[in-house]
Design a protein around this ligand. Structure first.
Ligand code: GLN
Length: 533
């Protein structure tokens, strides 16, 4: 039976609970445990698939095609755990299920209430994740901040689970903030005390506190927090700001967080240390041998979370090449007005166009692709980036004036990107794209094969539109290389061009499968090409 760690957050949002949960998972996995993760999101959307990146940040896609919270990306990057549709529980999903059961008559005449029906549904959904999977510890992160009305049913559910499971089988970790007040020259513990107080009001007593802070906290402060919050002194853990997120597990380990968890959960396992991670990942991110500037041209560049997995995968590509990646974020709309692109992109060693929806900024992206193609700058197009690379090639190389995707111009004369018949019938927007893992067959004479070193790969998708096979021959004649295809449906998955140092555009999202200690082959080779090697 799996043991459970429940992670809550207090004082403010954006404390990095997801990273804390992922780092805890990493520590446990390194000591030989099998971990699973769950993210509970207290919003009413069934999943984040229909939300704007401005609202939600990146939508992370799992192998089984779930559109999920970006914290699942942290979980998969830090550990070997595989997330699925079950790993992200939202209020919307819980209510949807309960109401469906009610309509079906499953509750046999009962009055359906938040307690116990909603809370039971949450508990069942949590228990379903580790079931029959040999999981030692399931880490459950509750989104939002303690004190929010929205998260109350989730907190009640984990309160009950902690009580039912008992000591040694479950524990509560609360992530909190210790603001440093410059004028007073000290940390303030009051917000943490209040936040723990709010948790106690609903019957949750944290076993461990992770205190986010800008500056080191003193023993005296730890003692004060311990006394006022009913938490052992050695269970008050400092979570100080670090240079790279990959340092967080090391920072926790130095304070014995894994031993503490083992003691509280009655687990005994050998400690093999975290040296490999420290030497290869953290050291290379902090002190790389060289630097390389990569431009990412997108429309959500003001939001650090919108292209989270892309930025991380670029860092991983850097690690594999012992290079620090300096990411130059360029607003595609601004590029539309730029007279001379070399002023903006001239010093970039590589250009990446990420995924996206809607026509705002696409002409700027197409201009950047043209710049990369003509000036032989290594280019990496992902999903929308691939579709736009095809459009650029059709327009500027094949002479198909105003070629476009029917997403942006339904009446275009050259619909080089268009909808499949099956997508034309789709009415509901939620969970209806081509989602999740699909196979791709790669041709040997391609940059993609150079990278993967195998002919059949599997990558994750999230899109509606596809390369239109009607234009394939015309493009191939002009030097386009269809480097990868879906073996079942012949859909074009990878588009490359000849006579260019490295121009790879893929319909799938490789960024979701990159890890710091195992860079995705395409990101690794893109950075390699950008370094000129
Ligand atoms: N908007 C495009 C489509 O739906 C690309 C999607 C994406 O980049 N994820 O096909």
């Amino acid at each position: 039976m799996s043991k459970y760690i429940f992670v809550t957050g207090g004082v403010v949002s954006s404390l990095g609970k997801g990273l804390a949960a992922a780092s805890i998972g990493k520590l446990l996995e390194e000591r030989g445990l099998k971990v699973a993760f769950i993210k509970c999101d207290p919003y009413l959307n069934v999943d984040p698939g229909t939300m704007s990146p401005f609202q939600h940040g990146e939508v992370y896609v799992t192998d089984d095609g779930a559109e999920t919270d970006l914290d699942l990306g942290h979980y998969e990057r830090f550990t070997n755990s595989v997330c699925s549709k079950e790993s992200n529980i939202t209020t919307g999903k819980i209510y949807y299920s309960v109401i469906t059961k009610e309509r079906r008559g499953d509750y046999l005449g009962k009055t359906i209430q938040i307690i116990p029906h909603i809370t039971n549904e949450i508990k069942d959904s949590i228990r379903a994740v580790p079931k029959n999977k040999d999981i030692d510890v399931t880490i459950v992160e509750i989104g939002g901040t303690v004190g929010d009305i929205e998260s109350l049913p989730f907190l009640e559910a984990i309160r009950q689970m902690r009580w039912e499971l008992g000591d040694g089988y479950a524990l509560n970790i609360h992530v909190t903030l210790l603001p440093y007040i410059k004028a007073a020259g000290e940390h303030k513990t009051k917000p943490t005390q209040h936040s723990v107080g709010r948790l106690r009001e609903i019957g949750i007593l944290p076993d461990i506190l992770l205190c986010r802070t800008e500056k080191h906290i003193t023993l005296e402060q730890k003692e004060k927090i311990s006394l006022f919050c009913n938490v052992d002194r050695d269970a008050v853990i400092e979570a100080i700001d670090v240079k790279t997120i990959y340092e967080v597990p090391i920072c926790f380990k130095k304070q014995g967080l894994d031993d503490l968890i083992f003691r509280k959960l009655n687990i005994k396992k050998e400690d093999k240390g975290l040296e490999k991670w420290a030497d290869y990942v953290v050291e290379r991110v902090k002190h790389p041998s060289q630097e390389v500037k990569i431009s990412v041209v997108g429309k959500y560049i003001t939001l650090p979370d919108a292209y989270k997995s892309i930025y991380e995968a670029l860092t991983h590509g850097g690690i594999a090449n012992d290079a620090g990646v300096v990411i130059n974020k360029i607003d595609s709309e601004e590029l539309e007005e730029a007279k001379d692109l070399s002023k903006v992109l001239g010093d970039s060693k590589g250009i990446l166009i990420p995924g996206g929806f809607g026509n705002r900024g696409i002409e700027g992206k197409i201009a950047a692709i043209r710049f990369a193609r003509e000036n032989k700058v290594p280019f990496f197009g992902i999903c929308l980036g691939m579709q736009l690379a095809t459009i650029e090639f059709a327009r500027n190389v094949c002479g198909m004036k105003n070629a476009n995707s029917t997403e942006f111009d339904p009446k275009t004369e050259f619909p080089v990107i268009s909808l499949l018949e099956e997508q034309k019938a789709v009415k509901d927007m939620g969970a209806t794209m081509r989602l999740g893992a699909y196979q791709c067959r790669i041709i040997k004479d391609s940059n993609a094969f150079q990278a993967y070193k195998k002919e059949t790969i599997s990558e994750r998708h999230r899109h509606r539109y596809e390369f239109n096979p009607k234009y394939r021959k015309a493009m191939e004649k002009q030097g386009a290389v269809i480097a990868g295809e879906n073996p079942q449906k012949d859909l074009v998955e990878i588009f490359e061009i000849k006579d260019h140092p490295w121009f790879v555009a893929c319909q799938f999202h490789p960024e979701f499968k990159s890890k710091p200690d195992k860079a995705h082959p395409l990101f690794r080779d893109f950075i390699k090409a950008a370094l000129g090697s």
